[in-house]
Design a protein around this ligand. Structure first.
Ligand code: 5GP
Length: 180
């Protein structure tokens, strides 16, 4: 694999397609064991998680459902921070075993805001599957139940992740080359 240029930035290979697929198959094996007979529902968060969710789901051998949501953030009326809402949640999560599928947990802010909203639906259980995690960027600690890779606090693209719209279709994960 060679260096890659996307828009104005330079990226270097970080995780190969083989490494990603091998790890995903291990994650799926664990989920298959944990959810045997429980008919879990996977909720994948668009856009970034679409490829990861597809590859993970292809490796799920037990009965399971999947649905996709988009998170939109807007300024709340009173609060100073942004409020996150889910668009497209078309499954009743009440009493269900729910697995959130996320591309990357960075600061943890997104899930920190969104998880309590999901809890309102009273799922039987709620777990997180994330392909990537940057512990050094974590502001809101999130428990990740199924984690692909722990990575350094550097911007990555590929495998569903974009830089300003581009790079999602790359089969590997590339890391930003930081120039002094
Ligand atoms: P958090 O709320 O945990 O800080 O951020 C989560 C979201 O930020 C991810 O779902 C992803 O869309 C985006 N994000 C965080 N780090 C990266 C990164 O290194 N590359 C890309 N392309 N997106 C990122």
């Amino acid at each position: 694999m060679e260096h890659l240029r996307v828009h104005d930035k330079e990226f270097t290979p970080y995780l190969s397609e083989k490494e990603i697929q091998a790890r995903i198959s291990e994650m799926a094996a664990q989920i298959n064991r944990d959810y045997e007979g429980k008919k879990p529902v996977f909720i994948a968060i668009l856009n970034g998680a679409f490829i990861f969710a597809a590859d993970l789901f292809k490796n799920i051998r037990i009965e399971a459902e999947i649905s996709f949501i988009k998170l939109a953030s807007y300024k709340g009326v009173k609060s100073t921070g942004k409020v996150i809402t889910a668009i497209g949640l078309d499954v009743d999560l009440h009493g269900r075993e729910v697995v959130i599928v996320e591309d990357i947990v960075d600061t943890g802010k997104t899930l920190h805001q969104f998880l309590p909203q999901l809890e309102h639906n009273h799922p039987a259980s709620l777990r997180i599957a994330a392909l990537l995690h940057k512990p050094d960027a974590m502001v809101h600690p999130i428990r990740i139940d199924y984690l692909g890779f722990t990575i350094p606090n550097k911007f990555v693209i590929g495998y569903g992740l974009d830089y300003d719209g581009l790079g999602r279709n790359i089969r590997e994960i590339y890391q930003l080359v930081e120039k002094p």
